[in-house]
Design a protein around this ligand. Sequence first.
Ligand code: C5P
Length: 235
Amino acid sequence: MNEAPPLIVALDFPNRVAAERMAAELDPHRCAVKVGFELFVAAGPGLVEGLQALGFRVFLDLKFHDIPNTVAGACRAAARLGVWMMNVHASGGLEMMRAAHDAVREIRPETRLIAVTVLTSSDAETLRGIGIDRSPEQQVLHLAELAVNKAGLDGLVCSPLEASVLRQRLGDAPWLVTPGIRPGGSGGDDQKRVMTASAALRAGASHIVVGRPITQASDPAAAVAAILEEMAKEA
Ligand code: C5P
């Protein structure tokens, strides 16, 4: 069982006022929230503290990727903020991920550290362009094993389409956090390859990230309820 709600709402807003307006419509017992680049750069750590004061678990989605010492410092700072989960790029390498892992453990052991493998916007040509001759699938598996089995990270961000093979390869323990979720029958916005929440859980996801289907709904709380109900059928 997960220790937190398996639904994470992506607060992709340009400023603190808009993010807090949405948070006021959500129930921290029913979902965690994700703060990404745009919102964090605009609103900063104060917004994260504000969300946590409302009771939300915060996934700080800043995908750190730098030299080990710098990433470790960023991870320490995020852990001091008290975030529930944060992430790094697995392509930063084993030493970087181990430094990140040690930094989080040192400050706040309960904070989860997960890795991004290959961005879903990258295809074989993107990888060839940066000198990687493996297919995206092979590269995902390679980086997943490096992150989870060698660096000891808690899990991965992955496409729901990668979840089943990752679950088979890595076993039951790692968290698999999947964006690209759309309720049955709804459009995908700019997401090209989508799954329903229940299909993602069936495929092996432990947590799902949902943005616009909730944040742009006329009744976000009702959209959360509908997705949780669909997920409960899989439990
Ligand atoms: O609105 P939507 O449900 O598409 O939002 C998905 C969220 O997950 C966004 O914050 C997006 O940046 C993030 N994400 C993604 N695909 C990835 C990694 C992150 O959609 N591969």
